[in-house]
Design a protein around this ligand. Structure first.
Ligand SMILES: [Zn+2]
Length: 259
């Protein structure tokens, strides 16, 4: 039975770890290996995929997009045109009291999905195909379908190629069809391969911003910068993800900086 998952990146004795820095031996990065290693255990039947998901996700999601003022022409939809040169960072945050891990790859692909494929190849060493679609019907709708090759020997060496081939037959209209359920779409694509659907887990849209975090930010602002941040006698801390605001009076800020 598994109750919790942890990764140890400094496999040293307590006596070694208690030495002051830099006399204590360093650990090494490795949070990114947790998923492939645990998937190996899933493949070996030591742990169910559902239980693995249970232990690594609380079901909170956050995703926001900003709409451009005008529609983007089809020939301008290349990723480099939209965001310029840069890097794609994936942050794996497994909740409080866990280490955050960030994987970064160069943006060298034409599409966001291509950049994500590249990331999985480089960082997780798991072959992955991600298909993204969004469009305006009666409302804006975005969908994604991701397939990933699990570690371990497959009894069918051609299965992955066949999967990619089937995936190529998928159209954007199918992905965006509000009347086509995810299960039906999977069945339509992969019925010959055999489809197994796990029970759904509830997910909840939740941003990680809190009033306490806003207070923390206000505590860190240098005293000399405070007057510039004040608007009509108040301080407004707006979350750049969800756009919600926390409002503080001058007195609030004085008290929290004194505490
Ligand atoms: Zn927020």
């Amino acid at each position: 039975m598994f109750d919790c998952l942890g990764t140890d990146h400094a496999p040293h004795t307590l006596a070694e770890k208690e030495k002051p820095y830099p006399a204590s031996p360093s650990g090494m990065p490795g949070v990114q290996t947790l998923v492939p290693v645990m998937l190996d255990h899933v493949a070996a039947g030591r742990l169910s995929l559902e239980r693995f998901v249970d232990m690594t996700s609380a079901g909170h999601l956050r995703g926001y997009a900003q709409l451009a003022g005008k529609p983007i022409a089809a020939d301008e939809r290349r990723l480099d045109h939209l965001v310029g040169k840069g890097q794609l960072a994936f942050t794996v945050d497994q909740g409080p009291d866990t280490e955050r891990y960030q994987g970064i790859v160069e943006l060298g692909e034409d599409t966001l999905a291509g950049a994500a494929d590249h990331y999985f190849k480089q960082s997780e060493q798991l072959s992955t195909r991600l298909i993204l679609a969004s469009g305006l019907g009666t409302a804006w709708r975005s969908t994604a379908l991701m397939v990933q090759r699990l570690p371990g020997e497959s009894p069918d060496p051609d299965a992955w190629n066949r999967t990619l081939h089937l995936l190529d037959s998928l159209t954007e209209d199918e992905l965006l069809d509000p009347d086509l359920k995810a299960e039906d779409l999977l069945y339509r694509l992969f019925h010959a391969e055999g489809v197994r659907v796990f029970s759904a887990r509830p997910v909840e849209a939740r941003c990680r911003c809190t009033r306490e975090r806003a207070e923390g930010a206000l505590r860190l602002v240098p005293e000399s910068d405070l007057p510039d941040l004040m608007v009509d006698g108040r301080f407004i801390v707006t979350c750049q993800f969800c756009n919600s605001s926390n409002i503080f009076s001058e007195e609030d800020v004085r008290q929290l900086r004194a505490s």
